[in-house]
Design a protein around this ligand. Structure first.
Ligand code: B12
Ligand code: SF4
Ligand code: SF4
Length: 359
């Protein structure tokens, strides 16, 4: 059992060794019990304003968001782990060129699904910790956690919450995933001075200026229902017509508020082959997406990538919008065909795209 009063260096050495063995270099520890009144108030205002849209689980998770002991009874520590996924534009081998008939994919999805890539690493660490400390409980999460990962990342000294609402670290910028291990072990928290010494330049709000849909409507404030990431990945059904022309050629997620951020000058290229394997790539031909005939074909094409999440119909919807926004008139025959598709969402977006292209 890890001694409850062990000093910082001693009791984090084991964590550090196990995480490093999984190529996870950046982690920090936060106490499970935190002063969270302000964050909770902000969170409930956010939900009440409807900024979560159809992500109903965020409402259901509200009670747990800042209270790890409600997720793992007896939880004393949250070990927050960051995994770098940055690759510069133009580096995705399987991505097609930047032609007008291609749709953009957010960086985090160019390679393997991070839920697997980071999830399997944390699971192996947890398995080892359980063997070594049979009296204690350990549980890992990636993204699916009902906890506010960024809140605990900040408490664990990983970085600070920037005006684009993302956590920025002094090592990776904002291009990293978060995952965590909840434990009944009382690990000493990472000292506050490590990683929390930074903030956005006072006069900067470049991220807000670059956000095409106005989702980042004020510093630290995001309306998820206007965010291209939400619209293309999380949202099912029809995309509001007034937002469609603002979405450009993004067909899966969006990176604009990170690409313009001066703090990302510190980004380093990922060494994780999972993300540099380019399974989905940086861009995909819109014609390829529009021609996907069934869910099985779609699943086979994007197996193991985050692109599985929205599924075929939502991706065809996204590609139809991008085709209209990029003036891809060569796709008109395909889009006309899709106006007769069985799926109502596909039909409606194909019709809209045809109207945009012929007017
Ligand atoms: C829902 C969700 C989304 C939504 C909402 C985004 C958002 N900014 O909240 C949508 C679908 C839009 C989205 C988009 C993206 N997401 Co997302 N998302 C989540 C998820 C599942 C929950 C976040 C949440 O609850 N949001 C609601 C807000 C209100 O709560 P919160 O951010 O957790 O808590 C904050 C408030 O309490 C606030 N707060 C506290 N005190 C105060 C005081 C004041 C004055 C204010 C204003 C706020 C405030 O600070 C807390 C920490 O930031 C997390 C994973 C997780 N379980 O946490 C990933 C997560 C945040 N997403 C992630 C990523 C990578 C993205 C994208 C970059 C993907 C992409 N390229 O398309 C974009 C980025 C868009 C953006 N600018 O945020 C990463 C972020 C990593 C990082 N470095 O920060 C996470 C952590 C997933 C992961 N495991 O790696 N996402
Ligand atoms: S991801 Fe894109 S749409 Fe969403 S807040 Fe950032 S810039 Fe705006
Ligand atoms: S663009 Fe400027 S304001 Fe926005 S997150 Fe980066 S440093 Fe902060």
């Amino acid at each position: 059992m890890v001694p409850r009063d062990a000093n910082y260096a001693e009791s984090t050495r084991e964590l550090s060794e196990l995480l490093r063995a999984e190529s996870l270099e950046l982690f920090g520890v936060a106490k499970a019990e935190q002063e969270s009144a302000r964050a909770e108030t902000e969170y409930s205002r956010w939900i009440t304003a409807g900024h979560n849209g159809s992500m109903e689980y965020l409402n259901r998770h509200a009670e747990m968001k800042y209270h790890p002991a409600r997720v793992l009874p007896g939880c004393r520590s949250v070990v927050v782990v960051a995994m770098n996924y940055f690759q510069p534009a133009g580096s995705a081998a399987s991505g097609v060129g930047a032609g007008s008939d291609s749709g953009r994919i957010a960086r985090y999805a160019w390679g393997r699904d991070y839920h697997n890539a980071l999830g399997k690493r944390l699971k192996r660490v947890v398995r080892e910790l359980r063997l070594r400390h049979p009296g204690e409980t350990f549980r890992s999460f990636v993204d699916s956690s009902p906890l506010s990962e960024r809140f605990f990342a900040e408490q664990a000294g990983i970085g600070f919450t920037a005006k684009n609402t993302l956590t920025v670290s002094s090592t990776y910028g904002s291009w990293f995933f978060l995952g965590e291990i909840l434990s009944t072990v009382e690990y000493p928290p990472t000292p506050a001075q490590e990683g929390r010494h930074d903030e956005c330049p006072r006069d900067c709000f470049r991220c807000g200026g670059a956000c095409p849909t106005g989702a980042l409507f004020a510093p630290h404030r995001i309306d998820a229902t206007r965010c291209i990431s939400y619209l293309t990945i999380e949202h099912r059904g029809s995309i509001p017509e007034e937002l469609r022309p603002l979405m450009g050629n993004w067909i899966f997620g969006c990176d604009l508020c990170q690409e313009v951020c001066p703090l990302n000058a510190r980004a380093r290229i990922t060494e994780t082959s999972d993300f540099s394997g380019h399974r989905a790539g940086e861009r995909i031909k819109l014609g390829e997406i529009l021609s996907m005939e069934d869910e099985e074909g779609y699943r086979a094409r994007f197996a193991g990538t985050p692109l599985l999440r929205p599924g075929r119909a939502a991706m065809i919807r996204n590609a139809a919008i991008a085709a209209a926004n990029t003036g891809s008139i060569e796709l008109l025959p395909k889009l006309r065909e899709l106006t007769r598709d069985d799926n109502m969402v596909i039909r409606e977006h194909a019709r809209w795209a045809v109207d945009q292209l012929i007017r």
